[in-house]
Design a protein around this ligand. Structure first.
Ligand SMILES: [Fe+2]
Length: 398
């Protein structure tokens, strides 16, 4: 519940998000926090510092009079992709930063935390709305990185032959139960964000789409179904694959979802809780768009478009929409009609990435609480498999 004083409520929200990042980093020792196992995955220490830089750069420097940056060199190290915010360290080389160490990054976080609280308490009433607007973006930004902390450390831990657990008590999401399809009727459906509350700019403007009659799976594709796909030669049958996808199968030798290993005829997978036998009932995870697409073709079905997914979720037609795995859609990540990126560096947040990526909908078991909604658009390149990504099917009445 929000209290009557909006400043106190925002301070509490800020504290909660910042604490959640630290809670996620807590099981990781300093060595864990430095490793970058591939260019797309960033070290935990970098995530902790980058999310802090975001508040410093976009909130404190412009809005807190007299604010002293913690270390002027950090902007170069911890700016991710904001060209308008200045030059930055190369993304694939983030894992080479042994300095600042985790202790100094913790001090950076504390410095910025205190300054943000000072700003919140001291901002004049007529400037508060703009401060809160940027603070809110910063909180949602940090929540996105909270999920990345887990996906990226899982990729790092997967490079270790000992298959260490991030957290041996990390719970698996409950397996999907529904196996039938819901009917999504023909009609004009409103998609995109409208109403109160927060959304990213890529969820706007809300607009109408005409959808054909479709069937959308109530549940998610399971490991049992994926094992059948493997056994039927799914990864060895080029006719099932897009040309680009087959090139990835061949180049990377794909034969199963990410983090799967076959040992003496049994399948195991690395999870945040360590190496586990593949549970046939669980939703398949760590498959890329190319695999999702090939699987759908093998079953003789489709993937939903993002508009179909959103309309079905908004209508309560589907289970497991949130909290298990992100679900690949057939939709390319494009601007909605009338979308315009904002001016300035924060306008670089989403708009410039609207090419060569596919939209995922829902959320995963690693998505922080309060960071999921029906209009949310996640996006990754079609070959990406290190996120918690799975499959929901759709098809069309004959
Ligand atoms: Fe970021």
């Amino acid at each position: 519940m929000r209290s009557h004083d909006p400043r106190a409520a925002w301070r509490d929200a800020f504290r909660a998000v910042r604490a959640e990042t630290e809670r996620r980093a807590a099981p990781l020792n300093p060595e864990d926090q430095v490793v970058q196992s591939m260019p797309d995955a960033s070290p935990t220490k970098w995530h902790r510092a980058h999310t802090t830089w975001f508040f410093e750069q976009f909130l404190l420097v412009p809005h807190l009079p007299g604010y002293q940056v913690f270390d002027a060199s950090f902007a170069y190290l911890f700016n991710s992709y904001y060209v308008a915010a200045g030059p930055r360290h190369a993304r694939p080389r983030r894992g080479l930063l042994t300095r600042p160490d985790v202790t100094e990054v913790a001090a950076f976080r504390a410095h910025v935390d205190q300054a943000v609280e000072r700003l919140l308490a001291g901002t004049a009433q007529d400037k508060l709305a703009e401060v809160l607007r940027i603070l809110e973006i910063g909180l949602h930004h940090e929540q996105q990185h909270q999920e990345l902390i887990l996906t990226d450390i899982l990729h790092a831990l997967a490079q270790n032959p000992l298959a260490p657990a991030y957290d041996a008590t990390w719970p698996s999401p409950p397996p999907p139960t529904a196996t039938d399809f819901a009917e999504l009727p023909r009609g004009v459906h409103r998609i995109g964000w409208s109403g109160e509350g927060y959304c990213f700019d890529n969820e706007c403007p809300a607009h109408d789409v005409l959808l054909p009659p479709a069937h959308i799976a109530r549940g998610l594709v399971t490991n049992a179904q994926w094992l059948e796909f493997i056994a039927d030669g799914g990864y060895r049958t080029p006719a099932l694959w897009l040309s680009d996808g087959w090139a990835v199968v061949e180049a990377e030798g794909l034969s199963a979802p990410g983090y799967w290993q076959e040992r003496d005829g049994a399948w195991f997978m690395l999870t945040l809780a360590g190496r586990k036998p593949v549970d046939p009932a669980a939703a398949v995870c760590h498959v890329g768009y190319y695999e999702a697409d090939a699987f759908a073709r093998w079953v003789g079905k489709d993937l939903p478009t993002e508009a179909q997914w959103e309309a079905a979720a908004a209508a309560g037609l589907i289970d497991d929409a949130f909290g298990t795995v992100w679900q690949w859609t057939r939709s390319a990540y494009l601007p909605y009609p009338g979308y315009r990126a904002a001016e300035g560096a924060l306008g670089e947040y989403n708009g410039k990435f609207m090419i060569n990526q596919m939209v995922l909908r829902g959320s995963s078991h690693a998505t922080p609480p309060g960071h999921a909604r029906a209009s949310y658009r996640n996006f990754f390149p079609p070959s990406a498999r290190w996120q918690f990504t799975g499959v929901r099917l759709a098809d069309y009445p004959v």
